[in-house]
Design a protein around this ligand. Structure first.
Ligand SMILES: CC(C)(COP(=O)(O)OP(=O)(O)OC[C@H]1O[C@@H](n2cnc3c(N)ncnc32)[C@H](O)[C@@H]1OP(=O)(O)O)[C@@H](O)C(=O)NCCC(=O)NCCS
Length: 188
């Protein structure tokens, strides 16, 4: 199993990168190139580590800040079932032999009243802080678009938190427009 690079320190480094978000050089070709592959059950530890790191990095968000202390334990059977499902795939990006990014893509059913019947829902998108701004997300999204094409899906949807300027900038750059807002009101 390939371990995620930067997983342990992801929260601290992520907070630093959220403040600065420096523009890095494009991903080089050759040995340093980014390779994307579907995750499988033997990748479960890596998938859990990356997805928990993503949640930790959203500690300021009203929804994602409420992370349960045993989230990693709860995640294992859930993520294992997702890795085995035929309705979805999780892509891992590797560079220099380490996993550096993740993206989950689910075939979701649309409203029977609307077109299209099915669409792709993308979630759990995370690139380890030291590898950001090198085209890792672009490579993961390329694999997702290819997966959609194979399944006849013509549309990708996703949610992103408004305070997360890293992802807002990336989704703008990758052609995703904002079409809806999620609102939350806590009840006494
Ligand atoms: C958002 C995130 C996945 C981007 O990954 P990445 O590998 O750095 O993105 P890429 O290098 O592939 O960039 C893809 C495009 O987005 C743009 N982009 C990426 N990060 C950006 C930022 N912080 N600000 C503005 N644009 C950005 C890039 O410029 C690039 O466009 P270009 O090729 O036209 O220049 C990464 O910052 C991350 O993991 N953030 C924390 C977790 C998170 O926010 N996940 C998304 C939840 S919805």
């Amino acid at each position: 199993m390939t371990r995620p690079r930067g997983g342990e320190d992801a929260r601290t480094e992520g907070e630093a990168s959220r403040r600065e978000a420096p523009r890095r050089a494009p991903a080089p070709a050759g040995a340093d190139a980014v390779r994307v592959r579907p995750a499988a059950l033997p990748d479960l530890d890596t998938v859990v580590a990356l997805r928990i790191a993503l949640l930790r990095e959203h500690g300021d968000n009203p929804v994602y800040s409420r992370l349960r202390p045993d989230a990693a334990t709860r995640a294992r059977p859930l993520f294992a079932a997702q890795l085995e499902s035929r309705q979805e795939t999780t892509f891992l990006a590797e560079s220099r032999g380490a996993v550096v990014g993740i993206l989950r893509c689910v075939e979701a059913q649309g409203s029977p009243l609307l077109y299209p019947s099915n669409y792709a829902y993308v979630s759990s998108v995370y690139v380890v802080p030291p590898e950001r701004r090198r085209g890792v997300l672009r490579a993961l999204m390329g694999a997702a678009v290819h997966w959609c094409g194979e399944r006849g899906l013509t549309e990708i949807r996703l949610h992103n938190a408004p305070e997360n300027h890293l992802s807002s900038g990336a989704w703008d750059a990758l052609g995703f427009e904002v079409v809806e807002h999620l609102r939350l009101r806590r009840l006494p």
